[in-house]
Ligand binder design. Structure first.
Ligand code: AMP
Length: 249
């Protein structure tokens, strides 16, 4: 069974985001980019399934502009076997379009599992996995915190409000990862070197006639309002007085 793992290149989670002066989006020039953290978890899970003899090949795929291959290369350094880069001029392609592209790749590669992140930390959409499963007509299990592959089925424990739910799906299926599924490995230096020789196939959405025109117009992007300075009080009476004055009490 092949496993397809879509990995997105996003602003590194340690970077303090700055909004562009015209409010059209966030600043991406000279910003450190990394693999979406939930996608690292997806790669790790796919690798563990391969190491357990449940999968034969792990394919990392990413859709994006120049340098997106760096993110694929990271997945290859972790241990993925090969990569596919669907090249676009711009970043920020909408989830439905990504899902349409992934559907085409699924038709070409015929994987038994597609493991995506539950959400990309740049747009926080949490849509692509669900849309892909709908387009394919495949079962889906989102927010996975445990994955057990059986004979033609997969049991998935899902993180739901206030608890866990375990579901069984027929393969092929679409899964999305939650934070507690696993702890992704670091790529070792020898594996980083080996990854340089692993193949990355290049494709374009035009090959499948997929239109990238966005359906949404971003009206504005704003930074969170900054916190106002706090005040130290010297007594409980002063605190209660201040709270009453500010309408909290
Ligand atoms: P989203 O629906 O945008 O929150 O993204 C959910 C997941 O879809 C991500 O964690 C990735 O696994 C996948 N994904 C989204 N955008 C891309 C992309 N441009 N290239 C590859 N995978 C993507």
């Amino acid at each position: 069974m092949k496993i397809l793992v879509p990995v997105k290149r996003v602003v590194d989670y340690n970077v303090k985001i700055r909004v562009k002066p015209d409010g059209s989006g966030v600043e991406l020039t000279n910003i450190k980019m990394s693999m979406n953290p939930f996608d690292e978890i997806a790669v790790e899970e796919a690798l563990r399934l391969k190491e357990a003899g449940k999968a034969s090949e792990v394919i990392a795929v990413s859709v994006g502009p120049a340098k997106t291959d760096e993110t694929i290369r990271t997945a290859l350094a972790m241990g993925a076997d090969r990569g596919i880069w669907v090249k676009t001029d711009e970043a920020g392609i909408e989830p439905l379009t990504i899902a349409k592209i992934l559907k085409k790749l699924v038709e070409e590669e015929a994987p038994g599992l597609v493991i995506l992140g539950k959400q990309a930390i740049d747009d926080d959409c949490n849509q692509t996995g669900q849309m892909l499963s709908a387009l394919l007509g495949w079962p889906q299990a989102t927010f996975a915190s445990k994955v057990v592959v059986g004979e033609g089925t997969v049991d998935v424990t899902r993180e739901i409000d206030g608890g866990l739910q375990t579901v069984s799906l027929d393969l092929p299926a679409v899964l999305t990862t939650d934070l507690r599924l696993n702890e992704p490995r670091y790529a070792s230096l020898p594996n980083i070197m080996k990854a340089k020789k692993k193949p990355i196939a290049e494709k374009t959405p035009a090959e499948w006639g997929i239109d990238l025109t966005p359906r949404l117009v971003v009206l504005s992007t704003t930074e969170p309002t900054s916190r106002t300075a706090g005040k130290k009080v010297t007594s409980v009476a002063e605190l209660v007085g201040d709270l009453k004055q500010s309408g909290v009490l």
